[in-house]
Design a protein around this ligand. Structure first.
Ligand SMILES: Nc1ncnc2c1ncn2[C@@H]1O[C@H](COP(=O)(O)OP(=O)(O)OP(=O)(O)O)[C@@H](O)[C@H]1O
Ligand SMILES: O=C(O)C1=C[C@@H](O)[C@@H](O)[C@H](O)C1
Ligand SMILES: [Mg+2]
Length: 180
């Protein structure tokens, strides 16, 4: 599937953007890039540390620069951070430079998938369920407004989600799928 556009994954913490993105890129023989990982690699610091030193505002500036840079690559699968859609500039870059896939999941699944991980500063120091519900209310409309496709990840494993994405994206690119 050489004609596929860039594929950009958006969605909340624990939706599976990093996990599914990596598998999807391997399946399509594409490069995989992960905005959170790239920011951490360039700073030599993990996300909680960046939040401690620069605050969320500093992290969001770095994220905007990274989204701008990574969306200009060709032939990539990109996992964005869960909050990237909060900025209009990021939403525009994503929409204009590739096909955007919203990985949807429920707050119940997010809680299970993020419970043991301390690398998400916005979930520390409060009730994670309340935080995730408030984020969902604010962000779900933005994920939907940015996305070309919405794919549920709460009821099936990562490999099955990858299969669905490949099928649905190839239909978007070539709606009739006629045999030669
Ligand atoms: N479809 C799935 N079914 C079951 N578990 C999943 C699924 N997708 C991801 N997971 C698990 O959920 C956890 C979080 O996934 P992942 O780190 O890929 O989420 P993310 O969307 O990248 O989150 P963040 O925005 O915080 O980076 C991982 O342990 C992963 O193995
Ligand atoms: O949902 C969010 O705002 C975040 C999600 C993660 O991917 C990281 O980008 C960071 O922890 C913030
Ligand atoms: Mg991730």
């Amino acid at each position: 599937m050489q004609d596929l556009p860039n594929l950009f994954l958006v969605g909340p913490m624990g939706a599976g953007k990093s996990t599914i993105g990596r598998l999807l890129a391997a399946e399509l023989s594409r490069d995989f890039v992960d905005s959170d990982h790239e920011i951490q690699a360039r700073c030599g610091a993990d996300i909680p540390w960046i939040f401690d030193v620069e605050g969320e505002a500093g992290f969001r500036e770095r994220e905007q620069q990274m989204v701008d840079e990574l969306t200009q690559r060709q032939g990539v699968v990109l996992a964005t951070g869960g909050g990237a859609v909060m900025r209009e500039t990021n939403r525009r870059a994503l929409r204009e430079r590739g096909t955007v896939i919203y990985l949807y999941t429920t707050v119940e699944q997010q809680l299970k998938r993020t419970a043991k991980d301390r690398n998400r500063p916005l979930l520390q120091g409060g009730n994670p369920e309340e935080i995730l519900r408030a984020m969902f209310a604010k962000r779900d409309p933005l994920y939907r407004a940015t996305a070309d496709l919405i794919v549920r990840t709460d009821r099936r494993g990562p490999r099955s989600v990858v299969g669905e994405i490949v099928r649905r994206v190839s239909r978007l690119v070539d709606p009739l799928q006629c045999k030669a």
